[in-house]
Structure formats: C-alpha cells, structure tokens
Design a binder for this molecule. Structure first.
Ligand code: ATP
Length: 320
C-alpha cells in the first residue's frame, strides 16, 4: 500500500492560517494537522470558511496570514499540485466535451492517470462515454468530476460538499467507491459536508470550524470518547444555565425541554447526580458544537501543530 507520504508527515498542516476578503474575515488563526491516510470530515455552518480552507489547500487561494502545507510542500509547488486533486462544489467541466474527451484530457494532464478507475466510475453510473457534458444531469456531471479526481490517483483528495446533488443510492455507491479507493491506496481525504449522519460511516478524523475559527479537530473516536451526553430531570430552578453539579465539567451545551435536561459535557472528573450517562454519536456531538459556538474548542494531540498556539478561545487537548 502506498501511504502517500511518510507516516509522520501530515497530509495537511495549517499554521495560523487566516483569510481576509474585502467583506471581512473568512478564516482566523487556524492551526491543525490532518495526518496522512485519514478520511477527514470538514464540518461547519454555512459561511464558516470550509470552501476557503479547501481552496487554500488546492492552491486556488492564498492565505492572508499563516502557512498551509500539503505533505510538507507549499500548495503552489509542483509536488503538491501533482499529489492533490480538488473536487469543487461547481464542478467546472467543459460542456462541449464528451465524457470520453474529458477523461482523455485528464489522462493528458496527469502523468499517474488511472484510466480504468476513471472509466469504472463513469460506467457504473451508465453515463454514455460519447455524451456531451452539457447534456448530462447534475448528478451525472458530479460522477464524471469524481472520475476525473479519482483518475488522477491523488495522495490528497479535497472534496467540497461532493454529495449535495446526488440521489441517495448514487451517494451511497460513490461513497463506497471513495472509501475502498482511500483504503486501498492510502489516500487522505478532506471532505466538507453538511450530511452529519453520513459522516459517521465515512470519516475517522474531523475538523469543525465556525465563523472562521477552529472548534474541534482530531480522531473521531477520541473526540467522541472525550464527551458524554447526560439526560436528567431539571431541579435547580434558580439557575438559568447548566445545573450546579456540572460546575467541575466543561459544558458544551445544556438544553432544557419541559422538566427534562440534556447536556453534552467534557467530564472534568466523575459525574455526580441523577443522570443517565450516554456516549454521544457523531451527529449529536457535531450538532452540539454547531449550536454552541462559544464552547471552548478541543484539539486532540494528533491534530495539534507542535509549537503553535491552537487558535484562540482556550483550546484544550484531550489525553492521547
Ligand atoms: N470571493 C469572496 N469574496 C468575498 N467574500 C467571500 C468570498 N468567498 C467567500 N466569502 C465569504 O467568506 C466566508 C466563508 O465562505 P466559505 O465559502 O468559505 O464558507 P463555507 O463554510 O464553505 O460555506 P457553505 O457551507 O455555505 O458552502 C463567508 O462569509 C463568505 O461570504
């Protein structure tokens, strides 16, 4: 298996990355690592900065502050360009080209081109090779764009909401292909998505951003294990926030519904009180962070950049 870089070398490393547009800041002081070989979900609300971050890694944008590297190389280097494929939301393809001509262009532009992998993706969707791109449905065009990205055999595959125009069956099938390819070739995948429930089956690493700042980063299991979900009865009527017995813990989110109280916390010790204690699933964890932009961020050691402050806002590390 070609792991696409030494095991120690991160596929993506951001050091204090910021991006300013004329209208304002899209990213601020983002520092993280995505280790090679991981399938990483990039999650955040609309306008969080996900596309901006992917575009910086794909060398379509330059950061205003900080640096980002791809397998240790600058995104504008030939080395990073050769090893990276980017599937953008708009999927720019030549409308007048046929599917076959589009794949031929991919072959001519990419020395490591894998025609069989690209053709398999197109054919498994019954997309005619002689059809012009302009006559294809949105989902069929996405499939051709996937074929182009896979055919390049990248070490790093950057996907910007790749599934949004696919029907559930095609989404399932293409995700299966993506996972099999990533596992077989050790491809690192960084994929933005709003489909939180599906990420659970796909990703083993996570980056969560909101308002341009890093909220959470690290191995999915490690992040999940750092939290517990509590369900209990509301008792302390004098308090509006979390109940007093949660004072020693980091409360990410606390919600009440009638007499019921539900809290997602990072335990600072044993949990006391009359709580039903559960492990959150990935969707519950992500929703809690997306609903609570002021919760202290969390970056696992694996996702941290040595010698770099992990953004602002009191980032805590969890035990490895
Ligand atoms: N070319 C641009 N010029 C000015 N502002 C921009 C530009 N591109 C993005 N922005 C702004 O930067 C912020 C981050 O945008 P970005 O597209 O990176 O977010 P996103 O997380 O990908 O959002 P979505 O989930 O809606 O796709 C937004 O406030 C957006 O309006």
């Amino acid at each position: 298996m070609d792991a696409g870089g030494s095991p120690q070398e991160p596929a993506v490393e951001a050091r204090g990355v910021g991006k300013r547009y004329r209208r304002g800041r899209a990213l601020s002081d983002c520092s993280f690592r995505v280790p090679a070989g991981r399938v990483c979900g990039l999650v955040g609300p609309n306008g969080a900065g996900k596309t901006t971050l992917l575009a910086i890694a794909a060398n379509l944008l330059e950061p205003s502050d900080g640096t980002l590297t791809v397998f240790g190389a600058a995104p504008e280097s030939a080395e990073a360009g050769r090893r990276t494929a980017f599937l953008a939301q708009e999927k720019p393809l030549f409308r007048r080209f046929t599917v076959a001509e589009t794949l031929r262009l991919g072959r001519e532009l990419n020395p490591g081109w894998d025609q069989r992998a690209a053709e398999n993706i197109v054919r498994s969707g019954n997309v005619p090779m002689e059809a012009k791109i302009g006559t294809l449905s949105g989902g069929q065009r996405t499939r051709v764009a996937f074929a182009l990205a896979f055919g390049k055999r990248p070490d790093l595959l950057l996907l910007d909401e790749p599934m949004s125009d696919l029907d559930p069956l095609v989404r399932h099938e293409l995700m299966g292909t993506l996972m099999a390819e990533a596992a077989e070739h050790g491809t690192t995948v960084l994929m933005s998505s709003h489909m939180l429930s599906e990420l659970e089956n796909i990703c083993d690493f996570l980056l969560v951003i909101s308002s341009g700042g890093l909220r959470m980063a690290g191995d999915v299991d490690e992040l999940r294990n750092a939290h517990v979900m509590l369900h209990g009865a509301r008792g302390d009527e004098s308090r509006t926030g979390a109940p007093a017995e949660l004072d020693g813990h980091t409360v990410v989110e606390c919600r009440t519904s009638g007499r019921q109280i539900t809290a997602l916390i990072r335990p600072g010790g044993p949990v006391t009180g009359q709580w039903q204690v559960d492990s959150p699933n990935l969707e519950e964890l992500l929703l809690a962070y997306l609903r609570s932009p002021d919760a202290p961020p969390l970056v696992t050691p694996e996702a941290q950049v040595p010698g770099q402050a992990q953004g602002t806002g009191g980032v805590r590390a969890v035990a490895a």
